[in-house]
Design a protein around this ligand. Structure first.
Ligand SMILES: *Cc1c(COP(=O)(O)O)cnc(C)c1O
Length: 355
């Protein structure tokens, strides 16, 4: 099978062996004779899958036995924009505005209380991470976005606060070692770095829940989902299953520490070429560059069709930048092999030769 290099920002590339095992299980799950798609979500086979996925999410992040629960919910990271506020916002929360996804999170949270944007990088079209800010007051929580998928920036130093810390880690969870226990609630849509679209991982410290006075509908209440082990209603079984396979793949391959080393090599390779090649320029400030999504542009727009032809010839899939940034974006999630980045860099070098 001929597989193009897949730089898609999301849904994203997953390891081929995960696709292979998942496709087998669509026909016959672990020699049961039944498909993963037709068994009851209450069957022992699926309950085991859900528990394994939750255990892996907690153990890979080092959050086991620290008062956290792992939930697999529906509605994407976008539902978490409001669910976090619904469950945690009584009076006032602080938000770091670092891009499109932060902005959307702020918009939803405003429906539930007062929001203070403590820092924003909107003045430069979000090409950097704000640093000179202080979290002063006692907030119900402080919200940040660890990796800005669209703009290609990534937080290297997280806000320090005594308030609960909430983080949208959709596009860099499981990609680098950080102190996950510094956060009280982490959420991530599966389809960026964990699995197929449809499931959203929430890692939540139980002790921060149950403090708001409003009534919360069952489906939007983290406590319901904890009580029912993410099975208050039918969970997104296939997405949870493939996420489990992918987390098993990550564990087999040395966990976050080992994958971070590989991710560093890939990122360094693309950024070195962006900085070296006079035909390209990076979008994000150097110190805030994302290891997952590299955003860059041509220095001369007239070369666009030439570069696009090269990209097509070398099967570089999904490198067009988001419309709010333009140019190009190479997403280098965990499963993207080094050879794909090499192919992209070689195309950039070829453009320099033929331009
Ligand atoms: C893609 C993305 C989202 C939105 O995810 P959905 O699951 O599509 O709702 C939110 N935050 C970040 C950082 C993202 O990259």
């Amino acid at each position: 099978m001929n597989r193009p290099h897949n730089f898609s920002a999301g849904p994203c590339i997953l390891p081929l062996e995960v696709f292979e095992k998942a496709s087998q299980s669509v026909i016959d799950l672990d020699l049961s004779g039944l498909s993963i798609l037709e068994i009851s979500h209450r069957s022992p086979a699926f309950v085991k899958i859900m528990e394994r996925a939750q255990d892996l999410a907690l153990s890979l992040t080092g959050l086991q036995n620290k008062g956290y629960k792992a939930l697999f919910l529906q509605g994407g990271a976008s539902l978490q924009f409001l669910m976090t506020a619904y469950n945690l916002l009584e009076k006032k929360a602080a938000y770091l505005d670092t891009g499109t996804w932060s902005t959307k999170a702020i918009k939803e949270a405003k429906l539930f209380g007062e929001i203070e944007v403590i820092a924003s990088s909107k003045d430069k079209n979000y090409n950097y991470i704000p640093k000179d800010y202080k979290v002063t007051e006692n907030f119900d929580y402080v919200h940040c976005t660890s990796n800005n998928t669209i703009f290609g920036t990534q937080i290297k130093h997280f806000p320090s606060t005594s308030s609960p810390l909430v983080c949208d880690m959709s596009s860099d969870i499981f990609s680098r070692e950080i102190d996950f226990s510094a956060f009280d609630l982490i959420y991530a849509g599966a389809q960026k770095n964990m699995g197929p679209a449809g499931a959203t991982l929430v890692l939540v410290k139980e002790s921060i829940l149950g403090k708001v006075t409003r009534q919360i509908p069952s489906m939007l209440d983290y406590q319901t989902m904890i009580k029912k082990d993410s099975m208050f209603n039918t969970p997104p079984v296939f997405s949870v299953y493939v996420s489990m396979l992918n987390l098993e793949w990550l564990e087999r391959n040395g966990g976050i520490k080992a994958i971070e080393e590989k991710n560093k090599v890939k990122a360094e390779m693309i950024y070195t070429e962006i900085d070296r090649n006079p035909l390209f320029k990076g979008f994000a400030e150097v110190e805030d560059r994302s290891m997952m999504n590299a955003t860059f542009n041509l220095t001369d727009d007239k070369l666009k069709s030439k570069f696009d032809d090269l990209a097509q010839k070398h099967q570089l899939n999904g490198i067009n930048g988001h419309r709010s940034v333009g140019g190009y974006r190479a997403s280098m999630y965990n499963a993207l092999p080094l050879e794909s980045v090499e192919a992209l860099v070689n195309s950039m070098k070829t453009l320099e030769k033929i331009a």
